[in-house]
Design a protein around this ligand. Structure first.
Ligand code: ADP
Length: 708
């Protein structure tokens, strides 16, 4: 038996595996493959997006440069023709201030050398210094000659000063006045008239700063240098340094057009004065020195920029530009490498007057246009990036870059700086695909699979449990039923044998034996009836004969018959009924069987108490028959189960009583067939009341309902 149960359990598990686990597994594999495919799709889509992003970045750069070029064209159109040069100077300065991406503006024409304009160059090549005329009357003016003679040949500085001062009122041109004042200051210095000399240099600086003397030296620089050395003489290092600060500041801001030799001359002169003051303990001096050092740093930076622009200006490229044919009013971008430095410029030819160019600061373009565009997209599209130059050298990259994935490459087109973008897609991850691809469809599929598996497992275990329980009950039933049969049959056989062999002496005893045989066979036939009815009901073959009848007399008959067949005559059955119980429709034989089973249970489980009460009452349209005993009772857990097939309550006391576990099942089935019910009210240890409820219904209705 156990082996068969084991086989059954295995079969159910096999069904579970075949019907639930296997399809779920297949579904799971399909969903997983879907995820993998989706992931590949997502990655491809991501790469396409990155390609699109990089094109957007390139287009953004292009658009920015175009807008700068457009602004530039507007400016150069407004400064033509050339007579407006002063106006042009301020316009171009403004343009450079507004567009920091412009490293320099240059002009190339057939008639003049290529020129850098307003480009923050601190010095220019000597050959491109602006030509100028020295004061026209140097040879013509005899007094001036005499002054020079006194100064340089005879070293009579008093006379020289006198003559220079005499000639000054005659000089009207700015150039001549500047030159003569310079001579006066120079002689005053030689005469040790330091304060006077300083005064004169002050005047020169204020009014003649932009006057150039021999070797294209601006008077402004002379005035400041001389003043600072005069102050040193006077041991006024603060004033000396103030003048040096002013000088360096103006040099850094390209106030004067000077050549490289003079630029280095000024720096070395300034250095000497600075060094002379370096050891001072004066607070003010130290403060000034700090400021001067920071200007010196800026000068070093500007010198790099100046060299950068000068290499371009001196290169062959710019000479080629002159010969290049550019369609009128059009813009052309070009690039090259000079001394391993990248140059990228935009060239416009306006009205055939020459070619104007803007040299683009590619570092600025990178940091202030391309990088912000990349950072913006980086946040949106989840990627890391690198920018390399045309040699593959790394220029810029994002933080935390891992080069696990193959990047998406995008080279800037030829009309932009020679750069390449590398966008590295970030892994989207399996979990991401699970949750986000196709609106989380796969996630839901997995959830459904888990639910199916869980439910499948739950029902399989329940079925196995029920099966085991049921087969256990069935085997118990077999053994109890055979036992039930065995004991009456044995006593019948023994008594019949004794009667047959004439071993019963008195007639009285014989009668008792006959009576006992009758009782036992009565019990047997009840038992058989129960089993037969049970099997009919199981197969849905039980036929009921519903008739309108008197339920009270039927119940009374059943009680009387039960009483007369009782082996244990000490049990007392009390019957009470209400006055007006109506006739109702029922199957007489079945209700008698119900009564018999209930009374049999009441007497079997009544323990020491030997009283059973039977009560027939009406409640609404129902007739209710209560069978009450005062025996062992039923505990709450068993109350619902006692109507199940083969169920016998687990209480030791009830288990010791013989029974098959089908009596109440039959009662329940019969009551259902009558459209009625059976309910139990019990107190463990105090007894139970079983109530059958019979509705007052017509025969037709019951039959009709039966057919349903
Ligand atoms: P059995 O042949 O075991 O009596 P039944 O189907 O008639 O089978 O009853 C099922 C179980 O219900 C019994 O085994 C018993 O545990 C419980 N039972 C039925 N009637 C009573 C009662 N009057 N008092 C206590 N327990 C009862």
């Amino acid at each position: 038996m156990r082996k068969r149960r084991e086989i059954k359990r295995k079969r159910i598990i096999a069904y579970y595996i075949l019907a639930i686990v296997l399809p779920c597994l297949i579904l799971g594999i399909l969903a997983f493959r879907g995820i993998i495919n989706d992931q590949a799709l997502v990655e491809r889509e991501h790469r396409n997006n990155l390609a699109e992003d990089s094109q957007n970045i390139i287009q953004g750069t292009e658009a920015y440069l175009t807008s700068v070029e457009r602004d530039f064209v507007k400016i150069i159109e407004s400064i033509l023709p050339p007579q407006k040069t002063i106006f042009a100077h301020s316009l171009l300065s403004q343009f450079i201030l507004q567009h920091q991406v412009v490293a320099g503006i240059f002009y190339v024409s057939k008639n003049s050398r290529p020129k850098m304009l307003n480009s923050g160059m601190m010095y220019v090549p000597d050959n491109s210094l602006t030509r100028f005329d020295l004061a026209g009357f140097k040879n013509k003016h005899s007094i001036l000659d005499k002054a020079r003679q006194y100064e340089f040949k005879e070293k009579n500085y008093q006379m020289a000063l006198k003559y220079y001062q005499t000639v000054l009122p005659d000089a009207h041109k700015e150039q001549s006045r500047g030159e003569i004042l310079n001579a006066i200051a120079r002689v005053q210095k030689k005469l040790d008239l330091n304060d006077k000399a300083i005064e004169t240099y002050d005047l020169i600086y204020d009014k003649y700063s932009l006057v150039f003397i021999q070797n294209r030296i601006p008077l402004g620089t002379v005035a400041l240098l001389e003043k600072s050395s005069l102050y040193i003489k006077k041991s006024d290092s603060i004033s000396a340094l103030e003048n040096i600060q002013l000088l360096l500041n103006q040099i850094q801001k390209s106030r004067w057009e000077i050549g490289f030799p003079y630029f280095t001359f000024i720096l070395s002169k300034a250095d000497k004065i600075i060094l002379g003051c370096e050891n001072s303990n004066n607070k003010e001096t130290k403060k000034l020195l700090l400021k001067i050092h920071s200007i010196q740093d800026s000068i070093s930076m500007s010198q790099i920029h100046t060299e950068y622009l000068l290499s371009f200006l001196g290169s062959n490229e710019i000479k080629l530009i002159e010969q290049e044919l550019i369609p009128a009013n059009s813009i052309q971008r070009q690039k090259t490498r000079i001394n391993d430095k990248l140059y990228f410029w935009s060239l416009q030819s306006v009205n055939n007057t020459g070619k104007w160019g803007i040299l683009i600061d590619t570092d600025y373009l990178l940091m202030n246009t391309i990088r912000p565009l990349l950072l913006e997209k980086e946040n949106e599209s989840n990627f890391k990036w690198q920018i390399t130059d045309d040699n593959g050298g790394l220029i810029l990259k994002s933080e935390y870059i891992t080069e696990d994935n193959l990047p998406v490459y995008a080279a800037f087109p030829s009309n932009l700086p020679a750069l390449t973008l590398k966008l590295y897609p970030e892994n989207s991850g399996l979990l991401n695909s699970l949750f986000y691809s196709r609106g989380g469809l796969y996630f839901y599929i997995f959830i459904v699979i888990i639910i199916i598996l869980a439910f499948g497992l739950f029902f399989t275990l329940r079925t196995i449990n029920n099966e085991i329980h049921f087969s256990k009950m069935k085997s118990n039933f077999m053994s109890t039923v055979s036992h039930e049969f065995k004991s009456p049959l044995t006593s019948i056989r023994q008594m019949a044998e004794m009667l047959d062999r004439d071993r019963v002496p008195t007639t009285e005893k014989k009668k008792k034996y006959y009576n006992m045989i009758l009782l036992q066979s009565e019990r047997l036939s009840h038992l058989i009836e129960n089993i037969l009815d049970f099997s009919k009901m199981e197969d849905d073959k039980k036929v009921f004969r519903f008739e309108k009848d008197n339920i009270v007399s039927t119940a009374k008959d059943a009680v009387a018959s039960f009483k007369s067949n009782m082996v244990n005559q000490s049990v007392q059955i009390n019957l009470s009924d209400a006055d007006s119980i109506p006739e109702i429709v029922f199957d007489k034989e079945s209700i008698e069987q119900v009564m018999h089973n209930l009374l049999d249970n009441a007497s079997k489980y009544s323990g020491d108490s030997k009283t059973i009460n039977v009560e027939i009452v009406t409640k609404g349209k129902d007739v209710i028959i209560n069978v009450t005993d005062f025996g062992v009772g039923i505990n709450n857990n068993d109350k619902d189960k006692i109507f199940d097939r083969f169920y016998r309550a687990g209480d030791e006391l009830t288990q010791s009583v013989k029974g098959s576990g089908i009596g109440l099942t039959i009662v329940k089935q019969i009551m259902i067939a009558h459209k009625g019910d059976i309910v139990v009210d019990s107190n463990p240890g105090k007894g139970s009341t079983f109530s059958i409820i019979l509705p007052v219904t017509s025969k037709e209705i019951i039959n009709e309902k039966n057919i349903d």
